[in-house]
Design a protein around this ligand. Sequence first.
Ligand SMILES: Cc1cn([C@H]2C[C@H](O)[C@@H](COP(=O)(O)OP(=O)(O)OP(=O)(O)O)O2)c(=O)[nH]c1=O
Length: 218
Amino acid sequence: MSDPLPLMKDLPRAKIPTGEPFVLASGSPRRAELLRQAGYEFEVCPAADFAECPVDFPETASEMVARLAFQKAVEVARRRKGCFLLAADTLADCQGKILGKPTDRQHAEDMLRLLSGSEHDVYTGVCLWSTGTDRCYLDVVRSRLKMDSLSEETIEQYLAGGRWEGKAGGFGYQDGNDWIHVVENDSESNIVGLPMERLAELLEKFDSLADKVYKSVR
Ligand SMILES: Cc1cn([C@H]2C[C@H](O)[C@@H](COP(=O)(O)OP(=O)(O)OP(=O)(O)O)O2)c(=O)[nH]c1=O
């Protein structure tokens, strides 16, 4: 379900460091809306679904969002030359269980029941990549949330509204629910898919932070 993102006040914006066209390598309507609200000019070029392929080795939620953001950037960088790419990935982590987007309503319900009454973390991985100069930087931002214990009625109502679709952890912080609270790092934009404050910092410092994507072999 596509629902409008409430207006977020005072979202920061920074210059694209290389002057290349800015490309959002994501199909997330929330990420595009956040960039628009901050006043960025950009094109949208989502990564193919296979960029989110699963792997069979242990990794933390933080490692996984960094890897997936990088994979999405790699996939788009192959096709879109001479641009400044931004790719991202968002996951929730509750007691060591990593929660991505629910595959169906039952999956969303299972996630909500797991999160109900607990604290959990939301991680967003951000990959910035200047394809013209072949320099890249990866970062991860974490926010901690607490969900009240949800009644059967609340779970049923929320699932019936369909707003769980396409959202990591099966719920949207932005949906105006009074049962979800920020405990640490109140970057609301991070929770909904793109840490706008960190993005502006990374753009400002990109020239000193970023490194060649591959140093020796390409
Ligand atoms: C935790 C949380 C996530 N989300 C969203 C942000 C992301 O769009 C989505 C996580 O899925 P992602 O795989 O990070 O992104 P996406 O599939 O929407 O887009 P793409 O893969 O093309 O980049 O969950 C919310 O909207 N609200 C929330 O509270």
